[in-house]
Design a protein. Structure first.
Length: 603
């Protein structure tokens, strides 16, 4: 008791005890607080980690060094199609064996697991593509950890692979028709050539649509696109499953045929069927559309063993088919190469001739059978080629129309003819032909008005000649242009009347000033009763409608007399005068009365 008291009564000992107790209590409190905070922090981090694992877009699974599963997230369960209970604490090899039994594992599970363990222990990654349920595709990556285990991540790449397939498909297929494009076709042709043997032959068919440009120009590109889609379907119906139909661009298609014992007769039969099927009418947006197909054919090995050569030769054969009247097929022949080269050179010369103004306008007189005088001159273009000399229209006009050069050439002829006519001593009329291609030019009417105005030529002296194809290709637009020209004062003539598709309806749709009877009827009317009947009918029709009739290509006195008897109003042809240079026009006008009376009364 004394000791206790003594202890208490000793102030120094008392304070020391108090301080020691307080320190111990304080330390204990701090430790407890720190532990609580550390525990809370660990729980928060664990919650965050669990949240992150469960919200990962990838499946995740961790394995220890022996290959036992120690952790995984819910996404991994969904991707693998297994429950958490079937994975927890399981050995991966056992899981592989179960999948093998279910048919969900390719190969030997034990061999695959041994190879995986070997890679992990060597510190190497392992990856593979796995095709799971519901047509899903996964990319699995196994990454080694420091403790000898590894973590597996599973990523669903189904959408990515589908997008890649679409990109690859788009790169090798035409976006409009879904047919193989030029690149894909070239690959198929190269493969076929690699397999070429003695028994096997290859045929390449280049196909071009006839009159398709007219569809685009008259009905618009959306309708043209629908036509191309239907053409692609029809072409696909004509071939075998082993054949390749491709669209090269525009209205150009190509077909690859390959196989043992492939004979030219088989190819010809297919080409004929394509011409027939493609040529059948199309019904699009309540529009009846008729186009055709021309086909050029080359065959390997006889026409070449290289892809580019076969395509080039088929293209040359195609050009021959179109030159021969379209709607047909032609096989490649060695001489076509020289012909194609000559055509390319002529095209270049034609372009240069426009810049150098190598063209001349010739004039052929048209006579009135009542007055026996020249009533007008028809302007006809000639090409004074620096090497070939003077070339007639038939030698270059078709090429000019095909290449589109007819538009600038036609404008030049119009301007030059108006300038010449304005200087003639007599105010006879001027007739100028307009190509259907010129009517597709929106500036046609303004260019004609400008040519007449610049030359100070009376519009009533100008007569533009059109063919019926102008009205067939774009009826409404052509009629609009013709009415504008008529309002300006220009007179309108229909050339080659009787050779079109709807002559009578065309005469009803527009009040033509003149119709010209095609020379084919005039030159055969002495020999063919039907030609004579056509000439008689056209002349009578002209009289009843108050339209002047002009007969072209008059070459004999007998033809002239028959035309007189039928009441034809005007004539032109070699019987009176060939087309003459501009310098001769004044001489023809000077001797108009004397020489013409002598010529017209002959016979």
């Amino acid at each position: 008791m004394a000791q206790i008291y003594g202890f208490v009564s000793d102030p120094q000992n008392w304070h020391f005890g108090i301080l020691t107790g307080l320190a111990w209590l304080l330390a204990s409190g701090v430790a407890i607080g720190l532990f609580a905070r550390l525990k809370a922090k660990l729980q928060q981090q664990k919650l965050r980690l669990d949240t992150a694992l469960e919200n990962m877009s990838q499946g995740l699974c961790m394995h220890n060094a022996d290959g036992r599963i120690i952790m995984f997230n819910e996404r991994y369960c969904k991707m693998t199609g297994r429950s958490a209970a079937s994975l927890k604490d399981r050995h991966l090899l056992d899981v592989f064996k179960e999948r093998k039994v279910l048919g969900d594992f390719v190969g030997d599970p034990e061999i695959y697991f041994a190879d995986l363990i070997s890679k992990i222990r060597a510190g190497k990654s392992n990856s593979f593509i796995w095709h799971g349920a519901a047509d899903r595709t996964y990319h699995v990556v196994d990454e080694p950890m420091r403790d000898g285990g590894w973590v597996s991540t599973v990523e669903d790449i189904s959408d990515w692979r589908e997008a890649q397939k679409k990109i690859e498909h788009m790169a090798r297929h035409d976006s409009l028709t879904n047919l193989p494009n030029r690149r894909h076709f070239s690959e198929q042709l190269e493969l076929a050539l690699q397999r070429l043997s003695r028994k096997q032959q290859i045929a390449v068919l280049c196909i071009d649509l006839d009159h398709f440009k007219d569809v685009n120009d008259t009905l618009g590109h959306p309708v043209g696109d629908e036509v191309l889609k239907e053409v692609s379907d029809r072409l696909s119906m004509c071939v075998r499953k082993s054949d390749t139909v491709a669209r090269l661009g525009g209205d150009e298609f190509v077909i690859l045929l390959a196989g043992e014992n492939l004979q030219p007769t088989d190819v010809s039969a297919m080409a004929s069927r394509i011409v027939e099927i493609v040529g059948m009418p199309y019904e699009i947006d309540e529009q009846k559309i008729i186009i055709g197909a021309s086909i050029g054919i080359s065959m390997a090995p006889q026409d070449g063993k290289e892809a580019d050569q076969l395509l080039q030769n088929a293209d040359m054969a195609l050009y021959r088919a179109k030159s021969d009247g379209r709607g047909t097929c032609r096989y490649f022949e060695p001489g076509m190469d020289a012909s194609a080269q000559a055509r390319r050179i002529l095209t270049l010369d034609l372009r240069a001739a426009l810049l150098r103004e190598e063209f001349e306008v010739y004039y052929q007189p048209i006579y009135d059978l009542k007055t026996n005088k020249i009533t007008s001159f028809e302007a006809l273009v000639r090409w004074n080629h620096p090497i070939r000399g003077m070339m007639p229209p038939a030698a270059f006009i078709p090429l000019a129309e095909e290449t589109g050069l007819i538009v600038p050439l036609g404008e030049w002829v119009l301007r030059k003819a108006c300038q010449d006519a304005a200087q003639w001593s007599e105010a006879v009329d001027l007739a100028v032909n307009l190509s259907p291609a010129q009517f597709k030019n929106r500036d046609l009417v303004s260019s004609i008005i400008e040519a007449v105005t610049t030359a100070a030529l009376s519009p009533r002296r100008l007569e533009v000649e059109i063919t019926e194809s102008v009205l067939i290709q774009d009826h409404e637009a052509a009629l609009s242009a013709l009415h504008q020209l008529r309002n300006f004062g220009v007179r309108i003539s229909m050339d080659d009347f009787g050779t079109g598709y709807s002559s009578l309806s065309n005469l009803r749709s527009f009040p033509f000033d003149k119709v010209k009877i095609d020379q084919s009827f005039v030159q055969e009317m002495e020999l063919q009763d039907d030609s004579m009947a056509i000439v008689r009918a056209i002349t009578a029709l002209g009289k009843s409608l108050g339209i002047t009739t002009t007969a072209e290509g008059v070459e004999t006195s007998e033809q002239l007399n028959l035309l007189r008897l039928e009441g034809c109003a005007q004539v032109q042809g070699y019987l009176f005068s060939r087309p003459q240079p501009a310098s001769v026009v004044e001489e023809l006008l000077l001797h108009n009365q004397v020489s013409e009376q002598r010529e017209l009364k002959a016979g």
